[in-house]
Design a protein around this ligand. Structure first.
Ligand code: SF4
Length: 460
């Protein structure tokens, strides 16, 4: 009974958030920065922030996440961190020699009001940025927005600092990757390859946080979008933002800067979102969808049909990031499940509008909330008022799952108490099948554990 104080009765509380369904902005900026080849993320703030951001990413991916910090002391907290950042830039290029330093702010440096543009210009004037190297930056105050905002800001900064246009368009499509696992990005790249589409993916976390153990330490893994690729995004024929919350800003900036038209789609989780993703890709690239992908779709449909009786009518509570929740809710509806409670700490009207659109006819009793005051405490209260058959979300949900004795599917970020989430995609038809199999396994395991003895079935 770890959450024994949670009550079913809701009390009006405007000034209190308990267990928010979000984490802090710089974590997103740090994650996105790792998707640029040869880039060292730099946290402009105190050591504690950087340490928390690194350790959260490291625990989720089970990979060492390298980042530097301006290491604020009492003095820099009062007088500003300019001297620390200037010194850090010089040291980082001398000792670690990255191609790019991607600086993001923290609550502290934002409150002080450090001007990153001015500091980086000064570093260049003082010769601290070697020829051919870059220092880019973005603002990520964590008292506003979430890790998704930070990811979006960093991705937009890639465009701001690198994208160029020669005036000559080529046939490439930019795939602007929203916050996904490396395995999900890999699956999207595989689909584009099967469709014979030339793409530039950014940020590209594949071969960065899913690298093999070779016995040799590489400070900068071989993956990530390269700087020439990032520059070339301005000449691409169009962009496709995958997950509007994390990619719309980058797509918009690229349109303004280089005139690259764009569309956005939900992350392709589930049958319908993958259908839309493939059809949009097919339209933008002017290619047809190959039979092999249609066969993958058929297998997913077959799986759903075979197991429909187990999914039907199951009540589900979900929390996490909107770009993951929206297509997942749609997929649960495809499975004839009932997403009844939904919470995301990331603000934005799109989530609320999509929930109304998806749920108003099929699950009119559904409750959902987004933004700062949307927290897991409220989600737990809703579950106490009327129980669910399944909970889906990151590791923080395990306490609710245990207290309420419901099966729990880990989904989203961070997952720090299980392994494998970063190996098996949940995008595309194959990934959606993985997700549906996970859901089914949890439901049936729970049934086997808890049903009356006479109801125990050998074969399901
Ligand atoms: S919320 Fe602010 S102070 Fe806390 S770790 Fe994040 S950036 Fe640092």
């Amino acid at each position: 009974m770890l959450l024994r104080h949670t009550t079913a009765k809701e009390i009006d509380r405007h000034a209190l958030t308990i267990n928010p369904a979000k984490i802090c902005q710089p974590i997103g900026a740090m994650y996105a920065a790792l998707g640029l080849h040869g880039c060292l993320p730099h946290s402009h703030g105190s050591q504690g922030c950087c340490s928390y951001h690194r350790s959260t990413l490291t625990r989720h991916f089970k990979e060492p996440v390298l980042a530097s910090t301006s290491s604020f002391s009492e003095g820099s907290s009062v007088f500003g961190g300019s001297a620390n950042l200037l010194s850090a830039i010089e040291t980082i290029f001398t000792v670690y020699n990255p191609d790019v330093i991607a600086v993001h702010t923290t609550c502290l440096s934002e409150t002080i009001g450090d001007d990153l543009h001015e500091i980086v210009e000064k570093a260049k004037e003082e010769g601290k940025v070697p020829e051919g190297k870059e220092v880019i930056y973005c603002n990520t105050p964590s008292y506003k927005g979430t890790h998704i905002t930070g990811y979006s800001n960093q991705t937009a900064a890639f465009v701001k600092f690198f994208s160029q246009t020669t005036g000559k368009k080529d046939n490439t499509i930019n795939l602007v990757a929203g916050w996904m696992e490396p395995s999900d990005i890999n699956e999207i790249k595989r689909i584009a390859k099967v469709m014979n589409i030339k793409t530039i993916v950014f940020p590209d976390l594949t071969n960065v946080l899913d690298t093999p153990l070779t016995g040799t330490f590489n400070m900068f893994p071989k993956g990530g979008t390269t700087i020439p690729e990032m520059k070339a995004t301005g000449d691409s024929k169009c962009s496709l933002g995958i997950g509007p919350y994390s990619t719309l800003d980058a797509c918009t900036k690229l349109k303004e800067k280089c005139g690259v038209d764009f569309e956005t789609v939900e992350i392709p989780i589930g049958l319908k979102a993958t259908d839309r993703f493939l059809m949009t890709l097919s339209k933008l690239a002017g290619v047809s969808i190959p039979d092999s992908l249609t066969e993958e779709r058929g297998r997913l449909v077959d799986f759903i049909a075979d197991n429909a009786k187990y999914f039907w009518g199951k009540r589900v509570a979900l929390f996490g990031d909107p770009d993951i929740l929206i297509p997942t809710v749609e997929f649960l509806l495809t499975l004839d499940m009932k997403p009844v409670y939904l919470v995301t700490g990331t603000p934005g009207k799109h989530f609320d509008e999509k929930m109304v659109e998806l749920l108003k006819d099929k699950v009119p009793e559904a409750k959902f909330k987004s933004g700062e005051q949307a927290d897991m405490f409220q989600l737990h209260q809703w579950i106490k008022q009327k129980p669910v058959d399944l909970l889906m979300g990151n590791t923080y949900g395990k306490y609710i799952a245990r207290d309420e004795n419901v099966p729990f599917v880990r989904l989203g970020f961070p997952i720090v108490d299980r392994a494998g989430h970063n190996f098996f995609p949940k995008t595309g038809y194959i990934g959606s099948e993985n997700l549906a199999i996970n859901i089914l396994r949890e439901l049936l395991d729970f049934q086997d554990r808890t049903c009356r003895e006479e109801k125990m079935e050998f074969q399901m």
